[in-house]
Design a protein around this ligand. Sequence first.
Ligand code: GLC
Length: 798
Amino acid sequence: MQYGYFDNENREYVIDRVDVPVSWTNYIGVKDMCGVLNHTAGGYLFYKTPEYHRITRFRPNGVPMDRPGHYVYLRDDDTGEYWSISWQPVGKPLDQARYECRHGLSYSRYLCDYNDIKAEQTLFIPIEDPVELWDVKLHNSSGRERRLSVFSYCEFSFHHIEMDNKNHQMSLYASGSSFEDGIIQYDLFYEEDGYQFFTSNFTPDGYDCVRDTFLGSYRTETNPLAVERGECSGSTELGGNHCAVLHKKLVLQDGEDARLIFMLGEQGQENGKAMRKKYSDATYVDNCFAELAAFWDDKLSQLQIHTPNEGMNTMLNIWTLYQSEINVMFSRFASFIEVGGRTGLGYRDTAQDAMTVPHSNPQKCRQRIIELLRGLVTQGYGLHLFQPEWFDTQVKKQSFKSPTVVPTPDKNQIVHGLKDTCADDALWLIASIAEYIKETGEFSLLDEVVTYADGGSGTVYEHMTKILDFSTEQVGEHGICKGLRADWNDCLNLGGGESAMVSFLHYWALEYFIELADHIGKTDDALKYGAIAKNVKTVSQEVLWDGKWYARGITSKGRKIGVHSDVEGRVHLESNTWAVLSGVAGNEHGKQCMDSVDEYLYTPYGLMLVAPAYQTPDDDIGFVTRVYRGVKENGAVFSHSNPWAWAAEAKLGRGSRAMKFYDALCPYNQNDKIEIRQSEPYSYCQFIMGKDHTAFGRARHPFMTGSGGWSYFAATRYLLGIRPDFNQLIIDPCIPADWEGFTAVRKWRGATYNITVQNPDGVEKGVKTVSLNGKCLDGIAVPQQPEGSENDVTIIMG
Ligand code: GLC
């Protein structure tokens, strides 16, 4: 069953059946202001941080689902009937009204056709200002004059998520609203910058700022009293809960259009006035919308592909890059699942995200890299979860101070010890830095001096050596890296034992580093770390190979897990994919272990993280044994880890297998299985229930997951094989044998490469010839071309 379709020409996903089983979300804003919105305009807005500066309120995990939102009500003033453009919250029966939601890149558009009135509401945030625009267009197609009322509605939030969800003895008396000259001002009086405004391009006929006055007692957003009556009360108050309602009465002749623009922005009255002036100009608003499209054009144009796989084209050309970018822009804690209560940056998640889009967002990747380097302690491990502001001397510290005393953590509390360290966290950063340099050529980044979280400073290069040295030192009695608190798998604690995954990651990071050190002439370091890498490889091969696949780790009690004698948790995805991806596994073991992955972990919805799922609680293994079978880390299709298998298969040269895995997870391919998948088909989700769960195939937690970035990274760099190196562009595809080829346009360091890959012999990997602008080259790489040049690259596989 499907609820919508991909409109690639407009780069939109169109939901034409709006009663989707769960919220289908989108993100608006590309800078400091961000809105998380669903297909019925439910959701919330924040400025810079969803933790401290929330603008509109959200009631997560609630009933009715995912409210409130940024709503527009329409009312027929002759009959008193009313409805909302985005279907909810009024929710007219779908056999009487037609609704559509178009989620685009950084905007969402809601359309409705009811009562012979066509209406649309587009929500977006212009690049240059922190102001959310609600661009509302109405058309009377009824053949007669109509008297209509339009009401905006959103509910303001206390800025701090804690304040908004508890401590109401304080927060309920700390915010106020006022109205003057068509502008609503909302304020949190005790905060220096605690102001927002709401205004419009018209002179309102009425307003309400007090939520409960607008809604009325024992009512919800579904049936607000003021809308029912067709009149607002002009309510404002100091204290209480606030909303932004502006009412406009319209008379529309047959065939007549109206356009109303609402603006919800940062700062109070004064700025509201300026913004009102600026954005009341509809042409200007159109230009801002066009600018946003151009912003995304530029990002997407860094790599566009045309392959025989339509799902892959749609995802990589539009949605997967978009998802990856959203993760880098807003980090992971702003969604309907994580509603902003967790702090700052997760070390490993951010490090991985930053690795995936240096071509389309080098500035933000660089910023993230620096933030993470500052969150590294001198011993070489990263702070698992931290606020980048803590270590940024340039940033004005949070002006918010809770009026009720909440002790501020001192340095010793911020800098955690080994007991809270996840052994993988900082290792990811080595690859992010190397990939950033490969993309941009900015080698000088390595010499930049950055502070450590616990004091002192060193160059970026020194930070990198500390990360590698930490893992070299932190090994257990079998010579495998300790997982410490946990490795990438948060739930697999091994009682603090040894983690195969971390040793493989260590090897992977070492290889990146050695290549870099070699390239910049640090030969001694290349040799030194080369010897370490050799040792990691030998020990890992000896200790972890289990006959047909690699063990997942060794618990603190010395028990190997993920081995053939295990009844539960026999085969794990992380260790096997990483054995290959890192380069530790040779060809033979590599192929064998990935065959085991195919045999034990494959499902039509992707690869499960582990099989059989655990069902006996065992704290020596970890929390994973207390997770329901088939859910999340315990045997779900944990999406983040699937692309590792695509990359591993590509390394082994098995393109058809890699594509089988790619296609299984690909959300596009589940567009017509929404009765099973439930979630958005345009976004990878954190996980899909595994075989051992009754809801096998149900996807959960869209957008904010490492699967976006990793899918993009693995599919573009390993399957399509297009990856920049320090001074050349490597093109080494691994594709299904039945592909006759594909084309791609890749921009790299200011030059454009029009790539044509031909596969006349039906191979899966291997490049016979490469030609650049008609001339044959040696090897599989194209040397960097001058900025501004257009280049034709032809690859013949064979
Ligand atoms: C979640 C966490 C991530 C972790 C993964 C596996 O996605 O955000 O850090 O690696 O789960 O446990």
